[in-house]
Design a protein around this ligand. Sequence first.
Ligand code: RIB
Ligand code: CA
Length: 309
Amino acid sequence: MKRIPVWIDCDPGVDDAAALVLADRLPELELLGISTVAGNAPLPLTTENALKICDLMGKDYPIFPGADKPLLRPYEYGESFHGADGLGGAKLPDPSGKAQAVPAWDAIYEAAKTCVGKLELITLGPLTNIAIALAKHPDLPDYLYRITLMGGSATRGNCTPAAEFNIHADPEAAQIVFRCPVPKVMCGLEVTEQAFLTRDELDGLGRIDRPMCRFFYEATPDLWRKNTAVGQGGWCVHDACPVLYAARPEVFSGREAGVFVETQSELTFGKTVTDLCSDKKFGEKNTLVVLDLDRPAFRDALLGAIKRA
Ligand code: RIB
Ligand code: CA
């Protein structure tokens, strides 16, 4: 099987951690590198968490730190959701490795050139690094196969009533990405809130005496409580969706649409405005908006990866 070369830009984050484990374990994917951005936690912490997760996987993927704040707006700490350490309070040993000195935006560009147009860029946090890469390297779109992102929503928000966290964190960066000519897939809240693990499924991990299973059992109770308190079916593993989409798009369904980002309104900045349900359409369909998934197939792929790790 010809493996798909992927790069993951992330802000670990417990669901980012699940996405990294999934990318590492799916036979369809070849994870070439990881870049980090401020989001769920400040940049030093998201970078340290990525290093710790690689240790937990027994892998030494190169990790390239990127932006420690959004393009224009102040950085707002996502502490409220993933905890002060960004990993839900689950303890991992200090990292054995160190991050690379090359910044994320240059590393992404070099990897894309090396893959000569085949690299799938998967983003799991605010889009600041991607926006900087596009600004600094205007020919980057020539070398990217696709950008598959976790972010946004056609109908709702989880950060404000209008906006999802990753887009809200840096709407100007997100607008640059949605306007760039690279084909895009948006895994927004419509599909990622269906991508949950139930209490029983998480308790099943707690009964397996392996470090990876124990980590996700210990890192998720607060997230499970917060998600179910607002009516979701369990712990929403948002960031695993774009990774599984890259490997197995048949598990998902969606529709092409025009998608652009509100950056001006104080009430709705960070909203991904889509023309999915409008008779008035944007001039282009620039994004495939993923709307549904086969949860049993999602669950089996994710739990299988965690249990094999
Ligand atoms: O809204 C969910 C997104 O925000 C996920 O990427 C999660 O990790 C947080 O970053
Ligand atoms: Ca994330």
